[in-house]
Design a protein around this ligand. Sequence first.
Ligand SMILES: C[S@@+](CC[C@H](N)C(=O)[O-])C[C@H]1O[C@@H](n2cnc3c(N)ncnc32)[C@H](O)[C@@H]1O
Length: 214
Amino acid sequence: MARSDFTFADLHLVTDDRLLAPRAWTQLQSAWAADLLSQVPEGPVLELCAGAGHIGLAALRQSERRLVAVDREPVAADTICENAERVGMASRVEVRCGELSQVVEPGECFALVIADPPWVPTSRIGRFPEDPRGAIDGGDDGLAVAQQCVAVIAEHLLPWGAALLQLGTRDQVGALDLPAGLVVVEVREYPRGVLARLVPAGGDQVSCAAGPSR
Ligand SMILES: C[S@@+](CC[C@H](N)C(=O)[O-])C[C@H]1O[C@@H](n2cnc3c(N)ncnc32)[C@H](O)[C@@H]1O
């Protein structure tokens, strides 16, 4: 294992070679998420598949909202904690280590969800030998973890909230089996991936209607 420093959206952070190497273009996910914070209701932000936590930390650094960052790898959880300390955000960052479908409690509601699941179909992961398999393997169609993300989003997004999901292609966004009440309203394409903005259909057609949970 080796730790290395990197700079992401002007934040000086650390990562670990057991994690996916941070990709500079994903600063655009942070920037879009930061823009959305001025439009969504009050409440915390949930980051799914956080890795070193850089996307969520950069998105919230000008905000006072709480961030719940989730990853199933203990090395990711440790790294997010260290990075939150480094940038002075530890008091409002909660790190949860586990399967994303299991670490968000029933009834918890979030104003914004940022998600960066593995999206490479298993048959193609051999093209990326430098990347940890668990960070990129999205199953047969590349959407296995993304489907779990949209299920969590549908259950835990506040009315009038928003989610930003990262995938590999626009076709993958179109192939998602979206839960009832959740719709894709915008897709932005970049050379190395796409970002999809999802919202509750009609603004409030999701099940998390209790108001900010914590
Ligand atoms: C594509 S990487 C993204 C990491 C980070 N956001 C980045 O930009 O480097 C996907 C991350 O999701 C985590 N992951 C994969 N499947 C998961 C699951 N079922 N539950 C929680 N985390 C998962 C992996 O450990 C990995 O850190």
